[in-house]
Design a protein around this ligand. Structure first.
Ligand code: AMP
Length: 588
């Protein structure tokens, strides 16, 4: 049995034909997956293959590219037959064949499955096809009718063999294996190896090379691993919300293809983030420049493929986001190893589409570590962080004494002539400042998000959800008129956290971390004082033990915050800065 530890680094080493290599380059795959680097050379050498592989590991390209590399386009009767358990898989395989054949002239691939009229299938077969992909039942129908000529068949693939047997196709599969030319090459893929498949393999395959993929499976214990169920179109929105609420220093976002690194980096830049793409096509000098920018803090987000990020060692990387979950467990281990460097803690978040659930299970099994499900940050959470940042911006602007005095005159002039309260003028200026991009996300976005969530398959019950408050339960959501009696005004006490000026902490980071991880609401925050080695934060006096528990492992700038009541008797001093008076409760 062949087991591969590390994937071959390039498709060009596998013996595939030039047009196929060109197509793979265009599709954007950078390196062969483990199953591909083991299977392709064996198939190209003419061996039969038994591959233990699940969907999502790249097995379609593992069998399709060697077939296409050796196809004789002049032969009119089918040369390759792929048997698949379902119509969906058959169509998916056809699509994959077509994309890998984009630089081969005149290749025809035909899906053949039950439920579809015979007419289309018959006329295509009459015209001549090179590859037939079908479900065993319908293929048998054609063979019985004499409408499918498999006498010149060279390649036969059994895709998801165990599924085909489960669906009762055993007899059809065996008949097809027995009634096709003896010298054909057979590749059998199956996620499991029950005795029946072993028997079929022993009987119909010739000295097959057995391939299973072994992965390096140790992940670092100081990296928190989470996953988010998302649909494909939701991914960019999900990433931007995560960028807003996660307390990250620098981040690597991994995509599956080279092309996607560029498009995603562009989308992030358009949303105001400092992001750059690196992939295997980026020349070394440029890659080094980009990595140095990441190291020095000029760049915060790197969108990368596996190859480009290999060996990257940048301490600042606090987060790894798998925008596309990797198809090999080993890639997963490499990827999340980019964070949690130099003894720091790290965060890894993997996006999983419903179809990719099995990849997630495979990763959990191989690393023997369950990933925690996270929820898409809610509109409330995003808005809390935005408001904290807004406050920071005001504080910072107030520090520009000359400009402030200049504008004070201008604003004063306006107030004198318009008889408008100062607060309203300030609010109007905020409207001007927000421009076309609203400061706050609207509840409409929340509704859309909830709808998406409810639509999502595999949605856990509320109790299961990682302890986050649902919107209506969240303490921050109170009627405005209710505020006086609410927890936030029931009395504040001063708490101490173990990060301060030395860690270059800013109030928005403190609010962000405590709100997002401790579930606190913006209304819960009073004054924040940042001292050289620690900070003091006024929070509700009756902070529950649950909140402490949630914040136990919270870090800011890589340091545990160690939240505890302040015993130094420090009273509340002006919030968010020296010059400002304490925040007054609003009576609106
Ligand atoms: P499969 O297991 O064939 O269904 O493939 C799963 C997914 O992986 C598909 O979306 C493929 O397009 C993608 N894929 C296959 N091979 C590679 C590769 N070498 N690099 C990146 N993505 C790949």
């Amino acid at each position: 049995m062949t087991s591969t530890e590390a994937p071959v680094t390039s498709f060009s080493e596998l013996g595939l034909s030039e047009p196929v290599l060109k197509a793979l380059k265009e599709v954007g795959y950078e390196t062969p997956s483990a199953i591909q680097s083991a299977t392709i050379p064996a198939l190209m050498a003419g061996r039969d293959v038994v591959g233990l592989a699940q969907t999502g590991t790249g097995k379609t390209a593992a069998f399709a590219t060697p077939i296409l590399s050796r196809l004789d386009v002049t032969q009119k009767t089918p040369q390759a037959l792929v048997l698949a358990p379902t119509r969906e898989l058959a169509l998916q395989v056809c699509e994959a064949f077509e994309s890998y054949a984009s630089h081969l002239k005149g290749v025809s691939v035909l899906p053949v499955y039950g439920g579809q009229g015979y007419g289309v299938q018959l006329s295509a077969l009459r015209r001549g096809v090179h590859v037939v992909v079908g479900t065993p039942g319908r293929i048998m129908d054609h063979l019985d009718k004499g409408t499918l000529d498999l006498s010149q068949l060279k390649y036969l693939v059994l895709d998801e063999a165990d599924e085909m047997l489960k669906m009762g196709f055993a007899e059809d599969v065996e008949t097809i294996l027995a009634d096709t030319p003896e010298d054909k090459q057979v590749a059998l893929f199956s996620a499991t190896m029950p005795a029946q498949i072993r028997r079929i393999s022993g009987r119909y395959l010739r000295n097959p090379e057995e391939i299973s993929v072994k992965s390096k499976t140790t992940t670092s214990a100081n990296t928190t691993q989470r996953y988010l169920m998302v649909s494909y179109p939701q991914k960019v929105d999900a990433l931007t919300r995560i960028l807003e609420v996660e307390n990250f220093e620098a981040m690597i976002v991994f995509t599956r293809t080279k092309n996607e690194t560029e498009t995603l980096a562009e989308k992030l830049r358009a949303r105001g983030y400092s992001a750059a793409a690196i992939n295997g096509d980026v020349v070394q000098a440029q890659r080094e420049r980009t990595v140095n920018q990441l190291k020095s803090g000029k760049l915060d987000i790197l969108v990368a493929t596996d190859v480009a990020a290999r060996g990257l060692d940048v301490e600042r990387i606090s987060h790894v986001v798998n925008f596309d979950i990797p198809i090999d467990t080993e890639s997963y281990v490499h990827r999340i190893g980019r964070t949690g460097r130099a003894g720091r803690s790290g965060d890894a978040i993997s996006f999983v589409t419903p179809r990719e659930r099995r990849l997630l299970t495979a990763i959990e099994k191989a690393t023997r570590q369950p990933l925690t499900q996270m929820q898409l940050p809610s509109v409330d959470e995003v808005n809390i962080t935005r408001l904290a940042r807004f406050d920071d911006a005001i504080t910072e602007a107030l520090g520009q004494v000359e400009l402030i005095s200049q504008f004070r005159d201008i604003v004063g002039h306006y107030i004198k002539h318009h008889d408008v309260p100062e607060e309203d003028v300030a609010a109007a200026l905020a409207v001007v400042a927000q421009g076309d991009t609203p400061l706050l996300l609207s509840p409409e976005a929340e509704r859309k998000q909830r709808f998406d969530r409810e639509e999502r398959p595999g949605r856990p019950d509320r109790e299961e959800r990682s302890g986050r408050w649902e919107r209506e339960e969240r303490p921050g959501r109170r009627d405005r008129g209710d505020r006086q009696g609410s927890r936030s005004n029931a009395g504040l006490a001063t708490y101490r956290i173990a990060v301060g000026k030395r860690q270059k902490v800013e109030p928005r980071q403190i609010v962000g971390a405590l709100a997002n991880e401790g579930g606190l609401s913006r209304e819960d925050f009073g004054a924040i004082q940042i001292r050289p080695d620690f900070s003091l934060v006024d929070l509700p006096a009756n902070l529950s033990s649950e909140v402490f528990k949630k914040l136990e492992n919270t870090r800011i700038s890589g340091k545990l915050i160690e939240l505890r009541p302040d015993r130094g008797g420090s009273s509340s001093s002006p919030a968010y800065g020296k010059e400002r008076p304490p925040r007054k409760p609003r009576h609106d």
